[in-house]
Design a protein around this ligand. Structure first.
Ligand code: ZN
Length: 310
């Protein structure tokens, strides 16, 4: 079973996991050379357990949700940054599941690593839906690989409910957290949420902290915990490719609180940036996948917050 899991893992998750990295290391002394591990498939589509119509499309270390209904498909995030054929490959994966039209493509937020590659969906007739801040930001950026949301499909702060073929997808906005354009996508009937980057599943936060508001993210996580759902689909696979639960949200919320408490005395002593960042550590999380890589990002963000008020 463990073997199967390792094969299935995206490279990014493997690199993040010291336990699995250990499991992959050749046993010494080996009686016979082990067969080389097959590379994980770059693309995989899996049905979310407990649902009959909700799927996760993964491309490398990124993933998105799509929902199949009698009246068509609601897809999210093309996840094709640096992958010129990624959008079409995603459409092709949907076509393996259903021949119903792709009616909507919903952006989780405006970052290119999640939303580049939407042209194939647009060509297939999908309406492109995003929060107003994503629309405004993308208009300014004018990225050659990222399709602008449709002006008449923009989601205002009050949110929006998509209804298609008896399926409900609730899009809600909660201000800044990771980016200022994040939509929570909740499927009340399937008890699933799709939330990208604000709440990593089982891994230490890292580059996502570049566009991140820690205190508002704590409030965001509290709001997400108060919502009714069982399964969290993250924008990057959790360890072993697993999905998340409310326990993962509580863990990330506590991690942010612990990080603030660790940085405050350093910041208040006037040690931000350099000295404070060097002295900052969270040993409680040192065995969490991604700790070593993510710690400098968290130190910089926390120094900014408590040492500068940013
Ligand atoms: Zn992001």
């Amino acid at each position: 079973m463990k073997h199967t899991l390792i094969h299935w893992l995206p490279a990014a998750a493997l690199a993040l996991s010291p336990v699995l990295a250990l499991a992959q290391a050749p046993a010494a002394p080996a009686a016979a050379p082990a067969a080389p591990a097959a590379a994980p498939p770059p693309i995989a589509t899996t049905k979310v357990p407990g649902t009959s119509n909700v799927y996760v499309f993964r491309n490398g270390g990124h993933q998105a949700m799509f929902v199949v209904t009698d009246q068509g498909v609601i897809a999210t995030d093309p996840v094709a940054y640096g992958r010129p054929t990624g959008g079409q490959q995603y459409v092709d994966e949907i076509r393996k599941v259903t021949d119903k039209p792709i009616r909507y493509l919903v952006y989780s937020h405006h970052h290119f690593d999640h939303i580049a590659g939407g042209k194939a969906f647009k060509d297939a007739g999908a309406k492109v839906v995003a929060h107003r801040r994503a629309y405004e930001r993308l208009k300014l950026l004018n990225d050659p690989h990222t399709v602008l949301p449709d002006a008449d499909e923009v989601v205002e702060d009050r949110g929006r409910v998509l209804r298609l073929g008896g399926v409900i997808v609730e899009l809600s906005y909660h201000g800044v957290n990771h980016s200022d354009s994040t939509l929570v996508m909740r499927l009340p009937q399937e008890r699933v949420v799709f939330i990208v980057d604000t709440i990593p599943v089982g891994t230490f936060p890292a580059r996502g902290l570049i566009d991140f508001h820690p205190l508002e993210s704590e409030q965001f996580m509290e709001k997400v915990l108060a919502m009714d759902w069982d399964t969290l689909i993250p924008g990057h696979p959790g360890p072993g490719g697993r999905l998340g639960t409310k326990a993962d949200v509580r863990e990330q919320l506590q991690l942010l609180r612990d990080a603030s408490e660790a940085m405050k005395p350093l910041a208040y002593a006037g040690k931000c940036w350099d000295q404070g960042e060097r002295e900052f550590a969270l040993p409680k999380y040192q065995n969490m996948p991604g700790y070593a890589a993510g710690l400098p990002f968290l130190a910089r963000r926390m120094c900014g917050l408590w040492g500068r008020g940013t």
